[in-house]
Design a protein around this ligand. Structure first.
Ligand code: PRX
Length: 635
């Protein structure tokens, strides 16, 4: 499946039933969209009213220093006030917040009451370690309830969490600790994945050797193997939680709406990962509104966002928005196919999941095992499905719709990014769907597909995706690097004040948007966002490699796979053993998710006269396609 194979198919529509439309929070998209566009300030102010604030805002939007926008200025809040505290005063305290299942079959669940107690206890532990408002705390854990507790406890005391996905390793962790300047790190001994232990604590130890600013490491026991505990630095979570200091009473820190909530690192054009900054006020308003309207959350729902808390999807739609809405969420620790390819379908059946939100790569991966696995399970509890992370090819869309949703459950294909904080282009359950299109923007969001000069492209013509007006959960900056924020997102259409998403897209005759893919040096592998530069510097850090270029090549299941081209240092010769060694090196340095599928040794790389690697040419060659305009090639 290549980018170009996603053809806009305007003829095929899927419509929701009358029942779905009647029960949806937004039965009439066009009217609500128009209202929000006519009066965005009124619209966002109204959404914010549904949340609790210690003190209301004086102004909804301050655009005096654009693109450094500020939202709900003067407002005092804390996202934990809305995610936990307010539920303790209502019947919801006894509602289940989280149902968790380990890959090994262990099960735990938390009511809102119990979750709040755990968060209070851990917040007290963090405070006792000297963690204060504005401090950064790094979290590197598997998918367990404790990662949710850790994130919420940080937010509660006003600390800024920086979660690193468990699929990253040594150098990637070290870079992120260094950039965020975290003195405290929370991890676990390991995580279960496909029946194997991912050695998280071990990776942390090695990362701290490279980035020694960490003073305290808190370790959750999950997998139970021996780990090294450095005296005076490392503490077991369960020991700390048993101390008298870990009381269940804890005041939530009062935050300004614009105070930082978290940093989340993501890949961009250069090697250094970007710390995307989100804040308490706007983020809580936007994520809760979008989840409520797009997935139509009701009190009796069982919501399953099958992402990882270590990515933005997990931050927004496993942790914060569902808790704000008082929903019941499912969290599953491990692989969808472990021990058998029906693991997910068994979870749907066992817990009566009503809404399942996942990624195209997972759908394609499960589709390969055929219909018998899902057909053996009772999936009748499902009423809505969702997709995120990359374009969904119509074949996978239809399988999800027909085999999993039995033709009854509309699919919400949500386009958004780490930077946007929440869904941007997405259906709501009441609109007509076209497989492969994320449909139209969420109310309050203005997007367009434009050419280099900013002219709106003709229908069905490829162009750049831009967002034309600010929204509450937009990134505030790149951590510690305002200039990079300006260059990366706002420089391309500076005069117009538009946000450049970094994706190409086209709009069809009905105004439906079809996202094609990234136009920068970002590769989406199994929905994970990786930067070519970070993998390239990983390769070059191996003693045998002088220079490297990395590209993404389309793949049926993963969306893209990684191809690497390496020029070796003089005296080194390419061999199968070296390929193996380099793959291992990347696993160790960057992480298993960044391992190239193919490594080729070359003498030269196609470059422009100014020395920039022409990845486009490499990609065309790898795919056997015409190489296009070569006039800027060096020789
Ligand atoms: O290329 C788009 C793709 O994922 C990118 C954002 O990646 P990340 O920040 O990791 O966030 C992923 C989860 C929100 C986008 O620039 N993308 C995301 N959702 C879709 C998508 N491409 C097409 N369709 C989608 N629904």
């Amino acid at each position: 499946m290549s980018d170009k194979e996603f053809q806009t198919n305007t003829s095929e529509w899927f419509y929701p039933t009358e029942d779905i439309i009647k029960n949806a929070h937004i039965p009439d998209y066009d009217t609500v969209y128009q209202q929000a566009i006519d009066d965005p300030i009124g619209f966002w102010g109204e959404q914010a009213e549904s949340l609790e604030w210690y003190q209301k805002w004086d102004q909804v939007l301050d655009d005096s220093n654009a693109p450094f926008y500020k939202w709900f200025i003067g407002g005092k809040t804390n996202i934990v006030l809305n995610a936990l505290d307010r539920h303790q005063k209502t019947w919801r305290r006894n509602k289940i917040a989280i149902i968790w299942e380990g890959e090994d079959g262990e099960k735990r669940s938390f009511s809102y009451w119990r979750l709040n107690q755990e968060v209070c206890k851990f917040a007290n532990v963090l405070r006792s370690m000297g963690v204060r408002k504005g401090d950064t705390v790094t979290i590197y854990m598997g998918r367990t309830p404790e990662i949710v507790i850790a994130m919420l406890a940080c937010a509660k005391v006003g600390a800024i969490h920086s979660v690193i996905y468990g699929g990253f390793s040594e150098q990637a962790i070290a870079d992120r600790i260094e950039d965020a300047k975290s003195r405290v790190l929370i991890t676990s001994d390991g995580a279960w994945l496909r029946g194997q232990i991912v050695p998280l604590k071990n990776n942390v130890d090695q990362a701290i050797d490279r980035s020694p600013i960490v003073e305290h490491v808190i370790v959750v026991k999950r997998t139970g193997q021996d780990v090294t505990m450095v005296q005076g630095r490392d503490y077991w979570y369960h020991d700390l939680m048993a101390l008298p200091i870990a009381s269940t009473r804890c005041e939530t820190e009062v935050m300004d709406a614009e105070d930082p909530l978290f940093i989340l690192y993501t890949s961009g054009t250069t090697g250094k990962p970007k710390g995307i900054l989100h804040t308490h006020g706007g983020y809580q308003v936007y994520t809760s509104t979008t989840l409520n309207w797009v997935f139509d959350i009701k009190d009796d729902d069982r919501w399953w966002c099958a992402a990882d808390p270590g990515w933005i999807t997990g931050h927004s739609y496993i942790v914060y928005a569902p808790l704000i809405l008082g929903a019941t969420s499912i969290i599953y620790e491990g692989a969808p196919t472990y021990p058998y390819p029906d693991r997910w379908w068994r979870i749907v059946e066992d817990y009566g999941v009503t809404i399942l939100y996942t990624a195209p790569t997972a759908i394609r991966g499960l589709m390969r095992f055929g219909d018998a696995w899902p057909n053996r399970r009772d999936l009748s509890s499902l009423r809505l499905l969702g997709s995120v992370g990359e374009p969904i090819n119509p074949e996978a869309w239809k399988w999800f719709y027909n085999v999993i949703g039995k033709g009854r459950c509309p699919i919400m294909d949500t386009w958004w990014q780490t930077e946007t904080g929440g869904f941007m282009i997405t259906p709501v359950p009441s609109v007509g769907l076209k497989p492969g299109s994320a449909t139209r923007p969420f109310p309050g969001i203005v997007v367009d597909v434009v050419d280099e000069d900013g002219n709106t492209c003709a229908p069905n013509e490829d162009g750049k995706l831009v967002i034309k007006t600010p929204w509450p959960s937009m990134l505030r900056t790149v951590w510690g690097d305002d200039q990079r924020y300006l260059n990366q997102y706002w420089a391309a259409y500076k005069d117009k004040g538009w946000y450049l998403a970094g994706d190409s897209a086209r709009k069809d005759d009905d105004g439906y948007i079809w996202v094609i893919g990234r136009i920068d040096d970002v590769i989406k592998v199994s929905g994970y966002r990786l930067g070519t530069a970070e993998i390239e510097s990983g390769l070059v850090s191996h003693h045998a490699v002088a220079e490297a270029a990395v590209i993404g090549v389309p793949d049926e299941v993963k969306g893209n796979i990684i191809y690497a081209y390496c020029i070796l240092v003089a005296g080194q010769t390419g061999s199968d053993d070296l390929v193996k060694a380099l793959r291992e090196h990347i696993r160790h340095e960057v992480g298993p998710i960044a391992m190239p599928s193919k490594i080729e040794f070359v003498d030269k790389l196609p470059k422009t006269r100014s020395g920039k690697i022409m990845r486009r040419v490499l990609k065309a060659r790898a795919m056997g396609l015409p190489e296009g305009d070569l006039s800027t090639l060096e020789d």
